[in-house]
Design a protein around this ligand. Structure first.
Ligand code: NAP
Length: 363
């Protein structure tokens, strides 16, 4: 027992503990008591005190990739296969946006469309086969530290000699009244997750890019009718997606139209849609509305260090180096002209090898 500051709180009651990490904080109500360096032992507490033992696992690695989308998974594969100790941090599940895509049909190597979640699981197995460690947690901050960086995560701090930012993007909100209030109650940003809830009912998809059209096609297999609402007369999506959409007979187009409001008390009941050409409004009775109007990068945890462009994307050079030596970026989170699984995979490989070069140069 090496804790001196804890003694004023303690009595003769002892509790046993075992720890598997390099440091441990003991909390007494809202006060942290820095005390123990032993790996197991007993702590004395006063009879009424409620102590919370908080394990702050200080993990150390050579290359830390933050975000396990296709960019991060590939970075993990290349980093581990190059012989580095590599950790891949992911807050939810492997695959990122790719895992939420019903059918990936333009990633080379698959003659038929492949399910995004299946592709993600295969990539994860490949990364772990080379020794990449998957860590479940969310990055909340990053600081420079001796010999590299310390990334604060919900799974405890991780120190790394090099970091690859692959934290991807999150959906942009439309910003119309009722959207936030009805999110999860009819308004959704993920057709694969929520589409099956609307089997046989009418739904709307808002947006005219590849995401909107791909997911409208997916939803047309489930819903009775899919209303596609787009603010212009022309879709941004590729011609192939437009052609596939035209082949469906349960799609209704609302071009040059915007959503003025999402309406409903407990759940989404309808949308108020405005035609931009004649300013007329109509009410569309849909049970579900899927918003696909673009994405914004997840950079809140690292924006204190790395430079971002005007849209909030991480700035990178041709070797995917950021403004900070030792930090690299890959995939949708960076300033790229094409956001595809194929480009994310290429980015992940290049960023990991640039991190490798950086570490070799340092040694
Ligand atoms: P996107 O290409 O940026 O398209 C966003 C769509 O939302 C556009 O049609 C845009 O309209 C519309 N929009 C934006 N803000 C709006 C607002 N405030 N109100 C109404 N509409 C608004 O986004 P994405 O479709 O998610 O695609 C992102 C990237 O991923 C693209 O590079 C895309 O090619 C790629 N992607 C590829 C595939 C595939 O290859 N199968 C699948 C999904 C995504 P405007 O057109 O008028 O600007």
């Amino acid at each position: 027992m090496q804790c001196h500051r804890a003694w004023p709180f303690t009595d003769q009651n002892c509790r046993s503990f075992v720890i598997h990490s390099s440091s441990l904080s003991v909390w007494h109500q809202f006060r942290a008591i820095d005390c123990l360096s032993q790996r197991e032992g007993r702590i004395r507490t006063c009879p009424s005190a409620t102590f919370r033992l908080e394990l702050r696992a200080l993990k150390q690695t050579e290359i830390l990739a933050v975000g396990a989308g296709p960019a991060g998974l590939t970075a993990g594969i290349y980093a581990a296969r190059s012989g580095h100790k590599a950790i891949l941090l992911e807050k939810s599940f492997a695959g990122g946006q790719m895992a939420l895509t019903s059918e990936v049909e333009n990633y080379p190597g698959f003659s038929e469309p492949v399910n995004g979640m299946q592709l993600a699981q295969t990539m994860e197995q490949q990364a772990t086969r080379f020794g990449c460690e998957m860590l479940n947690g969310e990055a909340t901050g990053i600081t420079s530290s001796a010999g590299g960086f310390e990334v604060a995560t919900t799974a405890g701090p991780v120190t790394a000699a090099a970091v690859v930012v692959c934290s991807g993007v999150k959906p942009k909100l439309l910003g119309a009244p009722g959207e936030t209030e009805l999110t999860g109650r009819g308004v959704s940003y993920c057709a694969v997750c929520d589409g099956p809830l609307f089997k046989g009912r009418e739904v709307a998809v808002i947006g005219g890019g590849d995401s909107a059209l791909d997911e409208a096609i997916y939803l047309s297999n489930i819903a009775s009718r899919v209303h596609v609402i787009h603010r212009r007369d022309e879709f941004r999506a590729c011609k192939f997606a437009q052609q596939r959409l035209r082949e469906r007979d349960n799609i209704v187009y609302h071009l040059s139209c915007v959503v003025d409001s999402f309406n409903g008390s407990k759940r989404l009941e309808n949308l108020t849609v405005r035609n931009l050409k004649d300013n007329s409004t109509s009410v569309l009775p849909v049970a579900g509305a899927f918003v696909y109007v673009g994405w914004q990068p997840n950079t809140g945890w690292c924006s204190n260090l790395v430079a971002l462009d005007d849209s909030g994307n991480v700035k990178t050079d041709d070797r995917l180096r950021t403004s900070v030596p030792g930090i690299f970026a890959a995939g949708d989170v960076r300033n790229t002209h094409l956001r595809q699984v194929a480009t994310a995979v290429g980015d992940g490989a290049l960023a990991a090898m640039s991190a490798h070069d950086f570490l070799i140069g340092k040694r």
